[in-house]
Design a protein around this ligand. Structure first.
Ligand code: ZN
Ligand code: ZN
Length: 668
């Protein structure tokens, strides 16, 4: 029997379909689901089916951290049914093909499966790699199998080990210091903590920002039947008096002093790698982790190429014209036709060139009826970006005019799209056009209106998910496969609100403690070092063991420093935990409102002035409660969220909820 192992069940189904030309049927191996045709069985894993962990004895959080850092790690099954199925299938197999995803994580998952198989039977194991789940690509890969890349898998193992050791040690230190044990623990980690620090630092800048007023002076000017707006050459007046006096001097006419028309070339964007893709897709209002989920499903169903890639340069082997030709009919027919008319299709190139996967491109033509609306939106983005990278530049016509009125210098600008080029295919990055009529130097025009506007300087903006993920890539934090998950995890751990990205009080204190006493952790340098070392493991220049040993040494120094300041850290964490748990102000007595437990074990928002004040509001019975930083518009109360499993639900204002519940009950 020929056993084929894929990363997920969906991929198993798809690959079985392709290899069998549609004749494969679902089956079970032990209790794991698989697909069978002729003498081949295709079995899908669930990503990692084993995990690296500390031995049983180290589960106790009282273990000394020196011992924890030095512990020998063990591999334990996380999906027992699949591990059993794999062992069972191995017994009958005379040949095994690993067809997991083609990247570091996939290589490691493949190696894990291979070790399970080999623990049963020493059978020949091959590896196939492909970047698109299309019949052509998959069949090509199965015709020329190779070996598992052990170095690549080992670099994945090194990351796993380092992340586990750092995560467990730091999390335990912070949680025990704050006395938050059990499911209320406070997590910290090698990638997580520097990412959180980015968000906390930005919030600090916003909090410290002092807005400054400034004034702008405008004049409306008429030429023929058209009116355009001119602005004073002094962009921002620092005081009102000088703005007013400038405006006063502007009189009934303005003279054109200078008029320049020029053309601007607006180059098409680079092909999508994961980071660029996530940044563009988040701008459509879908969270990064949801985008990745959708992209993986589109890949497994054969609609787009592998979405985890660093590459922004299309390889020469890819037949771009053939891909465009797929779209000759259907919703993108006009786009495809216009591209195919071009003599040659030369794609844009981004800065990053790697050889693992091509940038993300469409692998089959879908129509809106093939996909649910959100998947269609993502698919359409990939198609349109692909078209854009093959298009001509857009061209803009810019106009600049200097004018003079009552001795005051004015200016006006115009911006018009003269040739849409790539923007015809890719309408996402919209730029507002501004019309300015052609002007003659020396012409005297009528000023029809003038005004002074008071404005304020604005604080820096909060991170959007897309921008944050781009920044993480720049700093070498996480990988194309993990960045979006880390952001999600920070939200689940109660460290941030997702939209907008905003840290909670405890996130600020944890970050502050780390920045002050263990700066190595809050800064991205350490992480970048590990990424570099992992590259060396993959190229065979460095042994995995050396990297793990180095990393243990660094961590031990970090922990020693933290431990010396344990008492200070404890005090600061506990103070902010108390602040964080405050829901608002009691409307009856003005004391703080906090989440309280009743004698029967239920919970409610109660007054800290109890027993003198008995004010209370009900709360749902289950789920982890989160007090967000945002306040209700009507009450002095902060909005609540509740987490069940990995999902966060908006609960809103406890007072508003109670009022509307009471009203509904009255009606009933
Ligand atoms: Zn009260
Ligand atoms: Zn309210």
């Amino acid at each position: 029997m020929h056993l084929v192992v894929t990363e997920k069940d969906l991929a198993a189904k798809r690959i079985a379909e392709i290899l069998s030309d549609g004749t494969a049927a679902p089956t079970k191996v032990a209790s794991a689901s698989a697909y069978r045709f002729n003498s081949t069985v295709v079995l899908g894993l669930r990503g990692h089916v084993v995990k690296l962990d500390f031995p049983e004895a180290y589960r106790d959080w009282k273990v000394n951290f020196h011992d924890l850092i030095r512990a020998d790690l063990v591999t334990v099954p996380t999906h027992k049914a699949i591990v059993l199925g794999l062992k069972r299938a191995a017994k009958d197999a005379d040949r095994v093909t690993i067809a997991t995803d083609f990247d570091t994580e996939g290589e490691l998952i493949g190696l894990e499966a291979c070790s399970i198989v080999k623990s049963i039977k020493d059978v020949k194991v091959e590896r196939v790699r492909f970047s698109a789940m299309t019949p052509m690509e998959v069949k090509r890969a199965f015709r020329s199998p190779t070996q598992i890349d052990l170095n690549l898998a080992r670099s994945g193992e090194a990351r796993q080990a380092v992340d586990l050791i750092w995560g467990a040690t730091l999390t335990r230190f912070i949680s025990t210091a704050a006395n938050r044990l059990g499911d209320r623990f406070l997590s910290a980690g090698r990638v997580q903590s520097p990412t959180l620090a980015l968000i906390v630092d930005r919030e600090r800048e916003i909090a410290q920002f002092v807005p400054e007023p400034y004034w702008e002076v405008f004049a409306d000017i008429r030429i023929g039947s058209e009116t355009f707006q001119a602005k004073h050459q002094t962009d921002r007046f620092q005081d009102k008096a000088s703005a007013m006096s400038a405006a006063q001097k502007i009189d009934a006419t303005a003279t054109v002093v200078r008029f320049v028309k020029s053309a601007r070339v607006d180059a098409p964007p680079p092909p999508f790698n994961t980071t660029e893709f996530l940044a563009a897709a988040s701008a459509l209002g879908i969270s990064a982790s949801r985008v990745m989920e959708i992209a993986e499903r589109l890949y497994t169903a054969g609609w787009i190429s592998y979405p985890r890639t660093d590459n922004t340069v299309f390889p020469n082997e890819l037949d771009l014209r053939l891909i465009v030709s797929m779209f000759k009919s259907g919703p993108f027919a006009a786009n495809a036709q216009s591209l195919l008319q071009k003599g040659s299709l030369v794609p844009t190139r981004g800065k990053k060139q790697t050889t693992d996967h091509p940038p993300i491109y469409p692998t089959a033509r879908a129509t809106p009826t093939d996909l649910e609306p959100r998947s269609w939106k993502i698919y359409e983005l990939v198609v349109r970006r692909f078209f854009a990278t093959l298009s001509d530049p857009a061209r803009w016509c810019t106009k600049k005019a200097d004018l003079e009125s009552g001795g005051e210098p004015l200016k006006a600008t115009g911006l018009e799209l003269s040739e849409p080029g790539w923007r015809y295919h890719y309408p996402y990055a919209h730029i507002q056009e501004r019309r300015l009529p052609g002007l003659q130097v020396g012409a005297v025009l009528a000023v029809t209106d003038k005004k002074v506007l008071e404005k304020e300087t604005q604080p820096p903006q909060r991170w959007g998910q897309g921008a944050l993920i781009k920044k993480m890539e720049q700093l070498g934090l996480g990988t194309k496969s993990t960045r979006h998950e880390i952001v999600q995890k920070l939200a689940q751990r109660g460290y941030i609100d997702l939209s907008p990205l905003r840290p909670t009080g405890i996130a600020c204190s944890v970050t502050e403690s780390l920045e002050r006493y263990a700066p190595t952790i809050a800064k991205p340098d350490m992480t970048r070092l590990l990424e570099e070392e992992m590259e060396k493991i993959s190229s065979g220049a460095l042994a995995k063991e050396m990297v793990v040993i180095n990393s243990r040494d660094i961590l031990e120094q970090v922990l020693d420093r933290l431990d010396e300041r344990r008492e200070e850290i404890r005090a600061s964490l506990q103070a902010s935990l108390r602040r964080d748990a405050t829901v608002g102000t009691c409307p009856e007595c003005g004391s703080g409102l906090i989440v309280r437990r009743s004698k029967r074990g239920g919970r409610f928002v109660g007054c800290s002035g109890y027993p003198n004040c008995a004010f209370g509001l009900p709360l749902p019975k289950s789920g982890r409660l989160r007090v967000t930083a945002r306040k209700c518009k009507h009450h002095d109360m902060r909005l609540l969220k509740v987490q069940t499993g990995t999902r966060l639900w908006d609960l809103g204002c406890p007072q508003c909820n109670y009022t509307s519940w009471r009203e509904k009950n009255k009606e009933g």
